[in-house]
Design a protein around this ligand. Structure first.
Ligand SMILES: [Zn+2]
Length: 259
């Protein structure tokens, strides 16, 4: 059995038996996988406190092809990201990203998706409190696009005709993007005013976090509307109707008293 070494993020852990843990890792070189960390529940485990959610480092794994559960030999931590797990808004965002990747990342290695995940987790960890909402929206759209579900923002999602390049626009979740006025007339759409359209385009197009249009941060009411939009888009196109608990928690922000 080969021992391999790869960069990896801890996306989920749960106890296994008396003393071990199962960890679900997003790895740079081997896709998403599950591994047993033997003895990880013991006080003097060689894994120590390293298997914290959202932390990344170098995983050494005994890897066997076609086996569902691999064996984690060691995990050398590089970024612990305690800031994420101490703040519920950041944690909810990171959990929703983790859920998307755990459930929908392809089996094959995805170095681009891995780099995107770690970049966005760092951005969420380091964000000013007032910017967490917009950074999490950017992260969500970037992961959706990286999974192969980029919304159509350049041409009508139904007939491909040109869309006016500025001003308000109709967005159809079902059709997967902007619609021209003719197609919008008999379909269910969300109307995005000019500023919200600019935000959406920043979310979908931003490479390393979001370049906000103009100067301000996204007002809470608009952030809530954008969370609903991307969550509906994910449910229809990525999840195809399957329930996503972490996404729902992030979308509704029930812990947050302000609307
Ligand atoms: Zn059209």
């Amino acid at each position: 059995m080969a021992v391999i070494s790869t960069a990896a993020v801890v996306l989920h852990t749960f106890p296994y038996g008396e003393s071990s843990k199962i960890v679900r890792l997003a790895t740079r070189d081997h896709g998403v996988l599950s591994a047993i960390a033997k003895g990880a529940q013991r006080a003097k485990s060689r894994f120590g406190a390293h298997l914290q959610l959202m932390s990344d480092g170098t995983a050494q794994l005994y890897l066997k092809q076609n086996r569902e559960l691999q064996t984690l030999a060691a995990f050398d931590i590089e970024h612990q990201r305690m800031g994420l797990t101490r703040d519920i808004g950041r944690y909810a965002s990171a959990s929703a990203l983790a859920e998307l990747i755990l459930r929908f990342a392809p089996q094959e290695p995805q170095p681009h998706l891995y780099a995107l995940l770690t970049t966005q987790l760092d951005a969420l960890t380091d964000a000013e409190p007032s910017l967490v909402a917009q950074i999490s929206l950017g992260a969500m759209w970037l992961v959706v696009s990286a999974l192969g579900f980029t919304p159509s923002l350049d041409a009508c999602a139904v007939d491909g005709c040109a869309i006016d390049s500025s001003g308000g626009v109709h967005f159809s979740v079902m059709d997967g993007g902007y619609l021209c006025p003719a197609c919008a007339a008999d379909r269910e759409t969300s109307r995005l005013e000019s500023a919200d359209r600019e935000w959406l385009q920043a979310f979908v197009g931003g490479a390393d976090g979001v370049d906000p249009p103009r100067d301000g941060s996204l007002p809470p009411r608009h952030a809530a509307a954008h969370r609903r939009l991307v969550s509906q888009f994910i449910r229809v196109h990525v999840a195809e109707g399957r329930e996503l608990k972490a996404l729902h928690f992030w979308e509704t922000q029930r812990w947050n008293a302000t609307p």
